[in-house]
Design a protein around this ligand. Structure first.
Ligand code: AMP
Length: 143
């Protein structure tokens, strides 16, 4: 099972921000879209970083609410682990577990085509397990 099968269900719509946007603006974006992270793209559309709700909480814990006026670029993670739509879901789970993060941008030929969250992965795994269980039940009932 590949990342493409998750994107086929959830779509490729990706919420992005500019590295110059403020943390306050990003908090609003996360709230409006009910998501936990956004991708920052530079002026040329290249992936510049990722900012999750954890980065905002951490920044406030260290600098107080004044940091809400800081630009995303000063608190985002710049070294982003990405995947391609051809990657297997098991390899994404490994990346999330080893890196201790819950979001992985999907980049095909240098273009951002989606974001996979841990919620997407769990949903997909549950659906797969239920399908396998049903197939097993059908097999037992037929034999
Ligand atoms: P998350 O669990 O996704 O909320 O993110 C936890 C921390 O990991 C935050 O500092 C994020 O900026 C960072 N992070 C999230 N996703 C990635 C990723 N794909 N690659 C590198 N860092 C990430």
């Amino acid at each position: 099972m590949t990342v493409a099968s998750i994107l086929a269900h959830k779509g490729s719509d990706t919420v992005t921000v500019s590295p110059d946007d403020s943390l306050k603006a990003v908090a609003g974006v996360l709230d409006r879209h009910k998501i936990g992270a956004v991708i920052a793209l530079d002026g040329t559309g290249k992936l510049a970083g990722i900012m999750s709700e954890r980065d905002i909480v951490r920044a406030i814990a260290r600098g107080g609410t004044a940091v809400l006026d800081d630009p995303v670029s000063s608190h985002m993670t710049k070294k982003v682990v990405t995947c391609t739509s051809k990657d297997r879901i098991s390899s994404i789970m490994r990346k999330m577990s080893e890196g201790k993060f819950r979001h992985v941008p999907v980049v095909d030929s240098g273009k951002l085509v989606g974001v996979i969250s841990i919620g997407d992965v769990v949903k997909r795994r549950i659906a797969d397990i239920e399908m396998e269980w049903q197939a097993m039940q059908d097999y037992i009932a037929a034999s």
